[in-house]
Design a protein. Structure first.
Length: 386
């Protein structure tokens, strides 16, 4: 089940008035209100930039600057919440403006991750569907809808990364672990960064399967909502009279798909068809009385496992039962290592022998010697010194 909405769609999609459902164009009628939202967004972007620049200084660099009588002030945090609030105020009460909707997508992604992006895309789609005839910025007799969708074009970017690319790179890849972002995972895979791939693997094992499945669905829905937005923009922006102004979408689409692929890679031994297939609400029902008697802990959300009715026809059935058992121990005995050991056993079981050996044997010389003696093929780069 996907996460709850982060936006009040009923309020945001309510007509501004009966006579003018899309509201006034604020650049003409209430410029200060529009400018305040734009300034808040620009201030947040500037704060993000200063934080990135500050992160380049090591502790030694800062100490040396201090010794030289120079100081580097710690930058303030970007205030994306203010951006979000001002954009919501405008869209709900004053104007259905696609520039403002674009700023809201960016702010909501910064604050709520992939779910924020999902809901932002959905809102922009519905604004286009329901208010296009009076949309703001309005249709121009010379350029058509070029200005209307200009910020959506900037969101993706033309020659360089658009304004939404950095927020998407910083979405949480492991639910509940804010520092374990898509960008950090990419760096870990490449062998750089402060966080290792094993840090991600250890963290994802601490997250219950239902939460992981929800996150998987959130990512899939974000991709689906963005595709819907692209479809409606293509329909609305193409014209025989004006140049096609359909905003580009390839960079955002690629970023979303990369997040999805990274999450699939990270959870491949937890949420594969064999591991997660056939799961239902009944599998996360109340624990059995026997389990409560053994553990002394009542856990209403713990899964129940009916071994008598379970059938093991193949190795995937066996793995599925082990994962159910792992979920049971995670719910009823969170202090116990049993659930993690069972997950690890399933992960090992799904590996081919060369991969398993490379995982277990970290000494390259030992691994190479073993490979040569028993004839198990091992990738050369696993023990190559180059």
């Amino acid at each position: 089940m996907a996460s709850e909405p982060t936006l009040d769609f009923d309020a945001l999609l309510a007509p501004i008035s009966d006579d003018n459902p899309a509201g006034e164009y604020l650049r003409r009628s209430d410029f200060d209100r529009l400018q305040n939202a734009k300034d808040a967004r620009n201030d947040a972007v500037a704060a993000e930039r200063k934080q990135r620049e500050f992160a380049l200084f090591s502790d030694d660099d800062l100490a040396e600057l201090e010794a030289q009588g120079q100081s580097v002030e710690t930058p303030s945090s970007p205030n994306w919440r203010t951006v979000r609030e001002q954009c919501i105020e405008i869209l709900a009460k004053h104007s259905k403006d696609l520039w403002v909707a674009t700023w809201l997508i960016e702010a909501n992604t910064r604050l709520n991750g992939i779910v924020g992006a999902r809901d932002g895309f959905k809102l922009a789609t519905e604004i286009c569907n329901q208010f296009w005839d009076g949309i703001n910025p309005p249709f121009d007799e010379d350029e058509g809808y070029m200005d209307t969708v200009a910020q959506l074009t900037s969101m993706n970017g033309l020659e360089g990364p658009g304004t939404l690319i950095a927020p998407l790179e910083e979405v949480e890849l492991v639910p509940g672990f804010g520092a374990l972002t898509y960008a950090a995972f990419r760096e870990a895979i490449e062998g750089g960064g402060e966080t290792s791939e094993s840090d991600f693997q250890n963290a994802v094992r601490q997250v219950d399967l239902e939460t992981l499945r929800n996150h998987e669905e959130d990512i899939a829905q974000a991709i689906s909502e963005f595709s819907s937005l692209c479809d409606v923009l293509e329909e609305k922006c193409r014209s025989d009279e004006f140049e096609d102004c359909t905003p580009p979408s390839s960079q955002i689409r690629r970023s979303l798909e990369s997040v999805q692929q990274s999450f699939a890679t990270l959870t491949r031994n937890l949420l594969s068809d064999g591991a997660a297939g056939g799961a239902s609400g009944g599998e996360v029902a109340a624990q059995s009385a026997d389990a409560a008697a053994v553990t002394g802990i009542a856990s209403p959300s713990a899964p129940s496992i009916d071994i008598a009715q379970a059938q093991v026809n193949n190795r995937e059935d066996a793995f599925r039962m082990l994962m159910k058992a792992s979920e049971f121990f995670r719910k009823t005995e969170p202090h116990s290592p049993v659930s993690y050991m069972l997950q690890q056993a399933v992960e090992f079981g799904r590996m081919d022998l060369p991969t398993l050996l490379q995982t277990l044997i970290r000494d390259d010389d030992v691994l190479k010697n073993f490979s040569e003696r028993v004839g198990v093929p091992i990738k050369e780069d696993s023990y190559d010194d180059d």
